[in-house]
Design a protein around this ligand. Structure first.
Ligand SMILES: [Zn+2]
Length: 163
């Protein structure tokens, strides 16, 4: 520890060298540990608010660096949390679709997403499936195009039969 004797800093004072080394007022006041001994930093002072530190020991610089590291860490943590949340949601959805084999569900979705055409076909099938279900549930207000075509054909057939 830096000792202060008569308002002057003393570096490296210990039992074997109680007087230590007095402060060099041209150098940074930071105490540095080298080979088990404490020394005054060897760099010129002139940085920080009071001008007592070198560039790397400037408390403002150290604080800024620390905040930068914290910001990077926070960003990485947020990204990792979002990724895990997404993974958890995906796993949950696959389990809901097929509790016996969620792995197969995940594999099929991955395969579909890897191919735009396959994904398009899968979505068309899903759309058609949902539309059929809605028709069965009597939601005529949302009759899909497929339903309208079937109705048109049926009407045409009816007119033929009448004519
Ligand atoms: Zn320094």
């Amino acid at each position: 520890m830096t000792k202060i004797v008569n308002e002057k800093r003393i570096y490296g004072a210990w039992a074997g060298n109680p007087a230590g080394t007095p402060e060099d007022i041209t150098r940074c006041i930071q105490e540095v540990l080298e080979a088990g001994r404490f020394y005054q930093c060897g760099k010129k002072r002139g940085h920080s608010e009071d001008g007592l530190y070198c560039a790397i020991h400037d408390p403002e610089y150290i604080n800024t660096k620390q905040l930068e590291r914290q910001a990077v860490w926070d960003k990485e943590t947020a990204e990792s949390t979002a990724k895990h949340k997404l993974e958890f949601t995906a796993v949950k959805a696959c389990k809901e679709i097929n509790p016996d084999n969620p792995q197969a569900v995940a594999e099929r979705i991955v395969k579909a997403v890897n191919s735009y055409d396959a994904m398009y076909e899968a979505l068309r099938e899903a759309q058609s499936y949902i539309a059929r279900n809605e028709m069965q549930q009597g939601r005529q207000d949302r009759t899909p195009l497929e339903g309208k075509m079937i109705l048109a054909l049926a009407e045409g057939k009816q007119q033929e039969d009448m004519g």
